[in-house]
Design a protein. Sequence first.
Length: 544
Amino acid sequence: MNSLLKKTKDFIFAQQTSILSSTLILSGMMILSRLAGFLRHRILLGNFTKEELDIFLAAFRIPDLVFEILINGALSTTFIPFFIEYQRKEKEQGRIVSSIINVVFIALFAFILLLTLLLPQLIPLITPGFAHDTEKIKQIIYYSRLLLLGQLPFLVLGNFLTGISQAKKSFLLPAIAPLIYNFAIILATLFFAPQVHLLAPVIGVILGALLFFLIQVPVLFFVDFQYQLVITHLNEAYRFFRTAIPRILTIIVAQIDATVDLTLATLMGSGSYTIFYLAQTLQLLPVSIIGMAMGQASLPYLADMYQEGKVKEFKNIIIDSLLNILFFTIPATMFFMITRTPVVRLFYGAAKFDWEGTVLTALALFYFCFSLPLHSIYYFLTRCFYAVFDTRTPFYISLGSILLNATLSIWFTLYLKLPVWALAISFSISMNIQVMVLFYILYKKIDGLDVKRLFSESFRITLAAINTSVLTYFLIRLLDGLILDTSRTLNVFLLLVIAFIFFTSFHLFLCWLFGTKELYIISKMILKAKEYQQKITVLYKGVE
């Protein structure tokens, strides 16, 4: 038994040695987490109408604002380089890091109390389309308070543990936690929706946040870090906040932009925000699995290289990572574009989601896809800046991008009177411009990158994806109606499976034909997967 426990501990808390192995773990768990998220949305759409879900999703807007500011702003990016730096001060690390955690948590508590008191004034401002419905506004305020007080403290503490674990290059346990979070929402909705209606998923969110924190508590016992209930080393805490402020401001501006989308969507009619939200969630599937996973996995390695002065390796890993991201996201973009309607039907085709909602969601997804490759790159590029302790540049660029997005959104919806999918067009335009500017500044900041290799390889990948898309489109047209009756969900699933297998096989063949060098990543991923399979087999035999 002791041997089994040791093997299990070593497997869960194993330190990864490369960005690829770290990304593979994060991507695998993100796939499961995203699939659980889509199952959650399908169950929600099976129990509530899109008009009712407007209430539930609107209630998340302000809690999400706080979450993004503190988690993505102060913890997920700023905290890891600091933790790595303070590892070299072994005697003081516990007190320094604990002081930072405690100061952030106190600031969070004060912020939550303030927002809880201001919700009756804030909610009508951000949901003007619901102003005529007093009961709907009251529900949003009630659910927002529950989410602020019941969810956020556990998510913040859990994400501190995530940061500590990732700083140690251990990614498995933090990757499992979001999966548990989603399953808690699913189970609460299934069991309690008939009795307490929309309160059921809210209860699930709070329970999921608690489990998200508890499942990561063992991190404290296996990463050689001792938490202390102290507030000392205020200079280090101040330095942490000073470094985090530009990143926090970036998130605040981004959340203002998301709030503008909510405000404009509520003015387009009931159910419009749910359509926009569902399309954006689908687009985030490849973005999170590839872009976010690569961004999270790369930060500890990039920070280490920069602090050790390995400039050449730093530059090489940037180009290699960008090409690896594009190798997966460019074909994913093409596939989503040509299969947008069956994809929406598969993930969201529940009883209470009507055909009009399906068509509008598919159109919004199509326009979101134009930014999918560069949106995925965005998360990696920002980590390159954070690794060198530059959080200001991404903020300034993000501010300009978000102002452009908001301007275009208002013009498209209020003046041109376009439907909700116009919000996806404005997002794609602003995101693509933002990433191109970020890349140019990074190029100048680190004295050049191998741009020629980046563009030549990207061209080969794009050419292969376009040719594959044309053939796959005609295959889908042949199958849909003539061979498969796609009025049934099972046949929609079969249609997508056949199209995906054909698309993937032919795309890889063309990449090989065109001499795309990024094909090597497939073989490396297979070898890594076999390595993890062998470790799991050893554990399984130990259990027997």
